[in-house]
Ligand binder design. Structure first.
Ligand code: 4HU
Length: 446
């Protein structure tokens, strides 16, 4: 009940007047640039998608965790030139502390694993769905926030963790009606790139920077990639070696070109392909040496889901990060995980005609036929809700409006509380699908 002088009036957006022209004292009604509101129809789609994320996480026996959207900036400061670090949504809070709206969730997961220490028996299989942020100059008009489903495994050094994660992704796609003819999962190992750099005596400290640059393949021209690689100080023959290896499309080619140096990477990949056969998702995955992903901390298998028509950005992506925890001053724990954003998948579903039709659904509408029956109507409503029925108690409307409303919200029943029926302890029930109508004792209505 703030007085009118203390808060500027919100521009009227309902009642048919439309938003007032922006001007002094009129609050901006759009959400901050790059962010979204979720009105009911959008929220139903988001809830539908997140329910699938949750159900798949349950199927793979992952536990849900959560974290603050706001983290210490230090959690994300890395020197590898990642876009995610360059676009960090960071600021000094009122206490002068450097904080950031998280751009990703993996560092928070790692922070909690460290906090929990050895009290948490390994392996840990954790998932979360959370909003992530970036501060990008709006010149590109891209979003500044999205929601990401993350699934991460801590304490499993072998690729069977990656095999579990890839099954989660495949199960999700299958639940949404996406087939392996629509989407593939390309995978490789960063150990491949490590071997190439070692072959050319490139210092190890350049590894993460090289990976971040190489990940821009497909988004930047090959010449630009080569120029960026040269600018890190790589000798030109190393750059050529990298570009040549990235075009390899089979493990046998990889073995031929890299020889025994790639033995570990090839063994990991062969084991993962073997697991894929046993899980039954082999037709979803393919080896692609150009996959490196753009996060500095990946150390092994990396993977990303892509639309086979090649029109969209990666739908999800992830990989192994066995040395992230030591960057936070802790003992390392082998780990791998993926992030699955809420935007590209919806674009894919739209393109494939796979978006669900999600309308509002209410079990009962209770309507008092005149004013002094509002009390009894509330009593009937309360009893139905305690029995688990979703009830819309409608007041101060004409009956014609109530029938229209019942149709709009796909109500199953209309419960009319009328004077003569109530005096006999009864209410009138209309089954809206069959038009069947009957009286029932108010106390027995379920
Ligand atoms: O995938 C990179 C990213 C991070 C935070 C927010 C958004 Br939108 N996109």
């Amino acid at each position: 009940c703030a007085s009118s002088s203390s808060s500027p009036p919100l521009a009227p957006t309902h009642g048919g007047h439309g938003p007032a022209a922006a001007g002094p004292g009129v609050v901006e009604l759009n959400p901050p640039r790059g962010t979204r509101d979720f009105p009911p129809e959008e929220m139903r789609l988001r809830t539908w998608l997140f329910d699938h994320f949750r159900e798949v996480s349950r199927l793979i026996a992952f536990e849900e965790v959560d974290f603050p959207v706001l983290e210490s900036e230090a959690l994300f400061v890395r020197k590898a030139g990642e876009e995610i670090a360059e676009q960090l949504y960071s600021f000094a809070d009122k206490g002068g502390r450097r904080v950031a709206l998280r751009p990703e969730i993996t560092p928070s997961l790692a922070r909690l694993v460290i906090r929990r220490g050895t009290s948490a028996p390994l392996p840990l299989k954790w998932f979360t769905i959370g909003q992530c942020w970036r501060y990008e100059r709006m010149t590109r008009g891209r979003r500044r926030e999205h929601y990401q489903w993350n699934m991460d495994v801590f304490g499993v050094p072998g690729v069977r963790a990656e095999a579990e994660l890839i099954q989660a992704i495949v199960l999700l796609f299958e639940r949404l009606g996406v087939a392996s003819s629509d989407v593939g999962i390309r995978l490789s190992s960063r150990k491949v790139l490590q071997v190439v750099l070692d072959m050319h005596s490139v210092p190890r400290h350049l590894f993460t920077q090289v990976c971040v640059i190489v990940d821009k393949l497909g988004k930047m021209s090959r010449d630009e990639i080569e120029r960026e690689l040269i600018s890190t100080g790589l000798p030109s023959e190393a750059v050529q070696g990298i570009i040549d290896v990235l075009s390899l499309k089979s493990l046998s080619e990889l073995e031929q070109v890299l020889g025994s140096g790639a033995a570990e990477a090839v063994a990991d990949l062969k084991k993962l392909f073997s697991f894929a056969e046993h899980y039954g998702y082999a037709d979803w995955i393919c080896f692609d040496a150009s996959v490196v992903r753009g996060l500095a901390y990946y150390t092994g298998i990396v993977f990303e889901a892509f639309d086979r028509q090649g029109e969209l950005r990666a739908i999800c992506g992830g990989g192994r990060y066995d040395r992230l925890l030591s960057t936070f001053g802790s003992e390392d724990v082998p780990a791998c995980g993926f992030g699955f954003g809420d935007a590209v998948i919806v674009k894919l579903l739209k393109e494939k005609g796979l978006l669900p039709h999600l309308s509002r659904q209410i079990d009962d509408i209770v309507f008092p036929l005149d004013g002094e029956l509002q009390g009894p109507a509330s009593c009937v409503t309360s009893s139905l809700r305690k029995n688990g029925r979703s009830v819309d108690l409608v007041q101060d409307k004409r009956l014609k409006w109530v029938f229209k409303h019942a149709e709009r919200v796909n109500a199953s029943r209309l419960v009319l509380v009328g004077k003569s029926e109530w005096e006999r302890g009864m209410v009138r029930v209309k089954i809206l699908s069959t038009r069947e109508e009957f009286e029932v004792k108010a106390g027995e209505l379920q």
